[in-house]
Write a protein that binds this ligand. Structure first.
Ligand SMILES: [Zn+2]
Length: 441
């Protein structure tokens, strides 16, 4: 799990975690499919914030606040809320009903979000600044406020998607019902989520009636999904709350997997390295093929300055889960931190693999630039640096690095052409264009 941007405490942080992303997709994909969307094309972004919030940026990008995840008692509640959000997305519900305005507002938002998501890689240097501009966009996105009619239609769509995927809408009703009293009577405790998605007794009752009529109303979550939901909540809690609170919520007397997992993370965050490693090793006895336990072990050791020791667990996580870009990046980073120039090529292989899964991963591009520099390949290093800047929308720096890459790379190679393309799309000046066309200068 990587969390970034310490710079501005007040701003919510975008966080990314392979394991949690996988659990969220496992829970939500049947809903996306029932709505006629391609689950593989949907990115679920997580924002670290106590708010109960979720928002659809588009049918390709759905944001979910960690507060919302923590407040769901079952997978079915989370799935219900996400079905409701998917209903807004699929219904094309727009800000104040103005489609054009929404579309205009959407593009910069998506672009800026791309920036935030770059910070997914652990401790990404320089990514903090990008994040700070990205997260508030998500906040504002949540603040659009849907009309009563849109709410009712999203509720109905949610019930349809849930039924179609063989699930009960009871969790959605329960979730709304849990907050009804606070929302209706206690102004001070209001959650943004319910400002944007206004609830009323009438709305809840009509949703409940409709839910109860469905053939799958009594369907329950499968036990393995319930277990994963608890793992997700424990991991998020342990990574985002002070360790003391984790030890209170998951005391030593609790021997469940999620509790032991949470405590291992809390020890790590308290820099009790040996205790943390021991706790992870004990979990590995239960789940010897869990790539995320190896990822955590690698992270604990790496951040304790033990890069060499962190390599083996990171390598194991990659073997167990080869298609996860973040795990590839972790391994590359562990290799590079050992500062053995002869191993740069090995790191490059893993970074390129990460980039085939996630071409916009700015952190992987940054590391790739460092790896090329380590082996004295200045042209490819500048090109990778240009890609890194380009991926976060920093066109000025992207252009500068791409121009430099063009000078260093052999002419007319694919890399040289890619550098040229970046310059051309990054608003070059007339002088730069003249230089590129071969005029002396
Ligand atoms: Zn709504």
């Amino acid at each position: 799990m990587a969390s970034v941007a310490q710079a501005q405490e007040a701003q919510p942080r975008t966080i990314e975690d392979t394991e949690i992303g996988e659990i969220l997709h496992k829970e939500c994909d049947p809903i996306f499919a029932a709505a006629g969307l391609d689950p593989k094309s949907i990115q679920i972004a997580m924002i670290e914030d106590k708010e109960l919030n979720a928002g659809t940026v588009s049918t390709k990008l759905i944001g979910i606040y960690t507060g919302l995840i923590q407040e769901t008692k079952t997978p079915n509640e989370l799935i219900g809320v996400m079905a409701h959000e998917t209903g807004h997305a699929a219904g094309g519900h727009t800000v104040r009903g103005d489609a054009e305005m929404q579309r205009a507002a959407m593009n910069p938002m998506l672009l800026t979000l791309g920036l935030g998501l770059l910070a997914l890689a652990a401790g990404a240097p320089g990514a903090g600044a990008a994040l700070i501009t990205s997260a508030p966009y998500f906040g504002e996105l949540g603040a659009v406020g849907y009309s009563r009619e849109q709410e009712s239609r999203a509720d109905q769509a949610a019930v349809t998607y849930l039924e179609r995927s063989g699930q009960s809408a009871r969790g959605l009703v329960d979730f709304f019902d849990n907050f009804r009293y606070e929302e209706v009577f206690e102004q001070a405790r209001r959650y943004k989520f319910f400002q944007n998605h206004p609830i009323s007794s009438e709305r809840i009752e009509s949703l409940r009636r409709r839910a109860e009529e469905q053939p799958h109303y009594n369907a329950v979550d499968p036990p393995d999904l319930i277990a994963l939901h608890e793992v997700m909540k424990a991991k998020l809690f342990a990574f985002t709350q002070p360790p003391q609170l984790t030890f209170q919520k998951y005391p030593d007397t609790d021997n469940s997997y999620p509790a032991r997992y949470a405590r291992a993370i809390a020890y790590y965050r308290e820099t009790e390295v040996e205790t943390a490693v021991k706790a992870v090793d004990a979990l590995l006895v239960d789940q010897p093929n869990n790539p995320y336990l190896y990822e955590l072990k690698g992270q604990i050791l790496f951040e304790a300055g033990r890069a060499k020791e962190s390599e083996a667990p990171h390598r194991r996580s990659v073997e167990l889960k080869p298609n996860a870009p973040l795990l590839q990046v972790n391994l590359a980073r562990a290799i590079m931190a050992q500062e053995d120039g002869k191993r740069a090529d090995e790191a490059i292989v893993h970074l390129q693999k990460a980039l085939t899964f996630d071409h916009e991963n700015g952190f992987a591009w940054e590391l790739l630039a460092q790896a090329y520099d380590a082996k004295g390949d200045g042209g490819d290093a500048r090109l990778a640096a240009a890609e890194a800047r380009f991926s976060i929308g920093d066109l000025v720096q992207a252009r500068i690095f791409a121009l430099r890459a063009r000078e260093l790379l052999p002419k007319n190679t694919p890399e040289w052409r890619r550098a040229t393309d970046i310059v051309l799309v990054a608003n070059p000046t007339k002088d730069e264009l003249r230089q590129m066309s071969g005029a002396p200068g």
